[in-house]
Design a protein around this ligand. Structure first.
Ligand code: AHG
Ligand code: MN
Ligand code: MN
Length: 338
């Protein structure tokens, strides 16, 4: 039996970067995850279901649990002192820690504290997504270059899924590893070492209600998924929960593709590049899969602002490549047409 903390240390020692700072940072994320797990589990009993009354920078109504999860992660990262700044879906601006110790911390965390929060009331799996960057400017104030880093600079990407069991999955570029939370002793235990996604699968996940607004390339791909062809195991099966974390997690373990494309109303789609697309893209690639905006690799994209959105096609490599080829053929100018 190996715990999350033991495993992080072991991995850091293998790559020779064991100063303890990153291990502490990931451990802090684990601590916040346990608290959020408790809150999510007891939400129906403790009056924390429903809207908070606030609206975030993307104009979405904040749920009480969105706000609570955000506060728990900020608190754990502030107390842990390894994180100099946080980018969060629930905060308009970058949160910069400027106390004596923390302002020199090496890392920056981008966070979707609670993903799939429209599913909170109905007891469906939700999650937390996180991305960890190393800051570039040590000893000065946080700069734009520290905050707006491309996915290729990522140190760690991961998520926590609050599901029928709670799991923490992460990668630091040396494979994807999954830990299941044992609530009886309060620790994350390695249960899914070195997760790999199959090259192809038979699940496609997309909110098909938006069909009429989709680019022609996406419409063609959906039809491709629905065609009868025994040699490629089609028609595929359709699964869509509406929590990126849950949809991605299932497809990672089973093989499949998740898509949140741009559409005529929102050409850049809905998902946020820095704290939804990029960490999931790092995980997908590390598991042997692929992540694209339909035309280019998600990890190569240079963010221009912290809440930037991006279309996302992610999962089994061959499936993402097929969707990309139809996007190129039938909707080559879709993202330029904004
Ligand atoms: P969040 O709860 O963090 O705002 O994210 C919700 C996202 C994502 O998790 C999910 O896949 C997608 O929104 C669902 O959107 P639709 O309802 O438009 O399908
Ligand atoms: Mn989200
Ligand atoms: Mn969220």
């Amino acid at each position: 039996m190996k715990t999350l903390v033991e495993f992080i240390w072991e991995q850091q020692e293998i790559v020779g970067t064991a100063t303890g700072e990153f291990s502490r940072l990931l451990n802090d994320i684990g601590i916040a995850a346990k608290i959020v797990n408790r809150d999510v589990n007891r939400a129906g009993l403790s009056g924390i279901i429903g809207d908070d009354g606030g609206v975030n920078v993307q104009g979405e109504n904040q749920k009480k649990l969105d706000v609570m999860a955000n506060n728990e992660f900020i608190k754990a990262l502030r107390n842990g002192k390894q994180c100099a700044a946080i980018i969060s879906e629930e905060n308009d601006d970058v949160i910069v820690f400027d106390d004596k110790t923390t302002k020199n911390a090496k890392y920056i965390v981008a966070l979707d504290p609670l993903d799939g929060s429209s599913n909170i009331e109905v007891n469906v799996s939700i999650g937390t997504i996180f991305a960890i960057y190393k800051r570039k400017s040590i000893g000065t104030t946080i700069t734009k270059e520290d905050v707006l880093q491309a996915g290729t600079e990522l140190v760690c990407g991961g998520y926590v899924i609050y599901g029928s069991s709670t799991m923490l999955i992460y990668t630091t570029g040396f494979g994807v590893h999954g830990f299941t939370y044992d609530p009886t002793c309060g620790i994350f235990i390695l249960s899914h070492p070195d997760i790999k996604i199959t090259d192809t699968g038979n699940i496609y996940s997309i909110n098909e209600a938006n069909y009429i607004y989709f680019p022609e390339g996406v419409k063609r791909y959906i039809k491709y998924c629905q065609e009868d062809d025994a040699t490629t195991n089609r028609p595929y099966t359709s699964r869509y929960i509406g929590s990126l974390v849950s949809d991605f997690h299932r497809n990672l373990l089973r093989g499949g593709i998740y898509m949140y494309p741009g559409n005529l109303k929102n050409p850049q789609g809905k998902l946020r590049l820095m704290y939804e697309c990029v960490p999931m893209a790092f995980l997908a690639e590390q598991a042997g899969g692929k992540a694209s905006d339909g035309f280019q690799r998600i990890l190569d994209m240079q963010p221009e602002h912290i809440h930037q959105r991006s279309p996302l096609f992610i999962g089994s490599k061959s499936m993402v490549e097929k969707a990309e080829s139809l996007m190129r053929e039938f909707s080559p100018d879709f993202l330029d047409a904004e």
